[in-house]
Design a protein. Structure first.
Length: 185
């Protein structure tokens, strides 16, 4: 049973920001699978869904981004899901807006949410879908940048990227990480 996690920050002030694109991906998948995220079991909102006859858990942490590892580590234990079946969707300033990259493992790449997950799990061996948010910010202004909405001229490419991410996640559920990487990277 796959666990699909979208990273972001809870609260209306963070909705629609670059840092919350992981949540946006989960919301789009939840709409497709006709489920609603609800509190339950730990520091997260989750939905138990079915896709192509397979059970899948969609999850958004209710912790702040920098404490995402608390929710992810507890959810893996709570739902009894092997780490190989976990996919984390997150923003990435090292990719252009709307570009996605899927990897089976890797470093945090300077992302505090991924860093906390790696620290709490004691490994970097979990799949991740990195969604490009660009890096058009002045030195020392990274936090302000990722907590800002996408620019109007980025909206179309971001919407296409969210759709591609949605398709990639559904492919991950069906076929696993390697076929998904081969198809979507």
């Amino acid at each position: 049973m796959p666990l699909i996690v979208g990273l972001g920050n809870m609260g209306n002030e963070y909705m629609g920001t670059r840092h919350n694109v992981g949540f946006d991906i989960i919301y789009h998948i939840a709409d497709t699978l006709s489920v609603k995220l609800k509190p339950g079991g730990g520091p997260w909102l989750s939905a138990d869904a079915r896709f192509k006859g397979q059970r899948v858990v969609l999850l958004t942490p209710t912790t702040y981004m920098n404490n995402s590892g608390l929710a992810v580590s507890k959810a893996i234990n709570f739902f009894d899901i092997p780490l190989a079946d976990c996919l984390v969707c997150t923003d990435d300033i090292n990719l252009a807006p709307g570009v996605i990259r899927i990897k089976p493992s890797g470093s945090a790449g300077g992302h505090n949410g991924l860093s906390d997950i790696i620290e709490r799990l004691g490994t970097n061996q979990f799949a991740r879908l990195r969604f490009g948010v660009g890096s058009n910010y002045q030195r020392g202004r990274q936090a302000d940048y990722v907590l800002s909405p996408f620019d109007p001229d980025e909206e179309e490419v971001v919407a296409k990227g969210i759709e591609k991410s949605h398709d990639a996640v559904l492919n991950f559920i069906r076929e696993g990480i390697v076929p998904t990487m081969n198809k979507f990277n």
